[in-house]
Ligand binder design. Structure first.
Ligand code: PLP
Length: 272
């Protein structure tokens, strides 16, 4: 993460140069200001794309941030938090059980042995990418008497470092999902390539949208793939221009993280 980039956060600057721009939110007033800035960026991107901003859901990503910070964010009006690691999310959920209207979205890779935890507390899981995880989640959800909204994660960048199904595997995978009655399939999720080239990032988003459009024709009854979860702090304008319905935004709301992204995406480039 670079410290003092001089560029403004336009859609064309490299992601790793933009990260350093985001100041840490230290009060609920800071959160309100950062949120207003993010909503303004969303509105501007929607304006360019001729879209209604109400069709884009903002999922605040709180990974690495401590409980005090999440409580300030809550005071500023946030009611959903996205977390990449199951254990970390579960601990925060337990610590903040007093905030009964908080909702949790797990957006990172799931090891099957953590399915039990996810089934206990999560309201949404955005990184479904194999049948073992689907089966484990479904079984645990049945035990809990709960259901879970899920997104199928697709690897649109071709990078071996990224989790997710190859686009060609998606149709076959989706055909199996009706068997898991506690999973409510909502759509697809992707992480774009780490590239300073906006055009390369955009290609990932276009490819997810095209895949969604094809899957709509072949998905089994009851399986809905309408939603597109794509776009993060550094690239969500491009994602919105290409049809994103959920943007997962951490640093632009909470401030720059101190851990490199490689901590969360195990083999992602450590310089990011
Ligand atoms: C951390 C993370 C994000 C948010 O990234 P920011 O740069 O903080 O906006 C989005 N999606 C996933 C899967 C993440 O792990």
């Amino acid at each position: 993460m670079s410290d003092a980039p001089h560029q403004s956060p336009t859609g064309t600057q490299p992601r790793h140069e933009r990260h350093g721009l985001y100041p840490k939110a230290e009060s609920s007033a800071d959160f309100q200001r950062h949120l207003a800035a993010v909503h303004a960026r969303i509105a501007a991107a929607c304006g360019r794309a001729g879209r209604d901003p109400a069709t884009v859901r903002l999922l605040p990503v709180s990974k690495t941030m401590d409980e005090a910070s999440l409580r300030q964010a809550y005071a500023a009006g946030l009611r959903w938090f996205g977390e990449n690691k199951v254990q970390e999310a579960h601990e925060k959920w337990e610590a903040m059980a007093d905030l009964t209207d908080l909702r949790w979205s797990v957006i990172g890779h799931l090891q099957t042995n953590k399915a039990k935890l996810v089934a206990q507390f999560a309201n949404e899981f955005q990184a479904l990418a194999n049948l073992r995880a689907a089966a484990a989640l479904d079984r645990r959800l049945q035990t809990e008497g709960r259901a879970l909204d899920v997104f199928v994660q697709i690897n649109t960048s071709g990078e071996t470092s990224k989790y997710g199904l190859h686009p060609d595997e998606a149709a076959g995978f989706v055909r199996e999902l009706p068997a898991f009655t506690s999973l409510r399939v909502r759509g697809l999720m992707t992480l774009a390539v780490f590239s300073s080239e906006a055009a390369h990032v955009r290609e990932c988003f276009i490819s997810l949208r095209n895949l969604r459009d094809r899957l709509r024709q072949t998905a089994p009854a009851g399986i809905c793939v309408d939603e597109l979860s794509m776009g993060m702090s550094g690239d969500f304008e491009i994602a919105i221009e290409e049809g994103s319905t959920v943007v997962r935004v951490g640093q632009a709301i909470f401030g720059a993280r101190h851990l490199p992204d490689s901590h969360y995406w195990p083999t992602a480039n450590a310089s990011d």
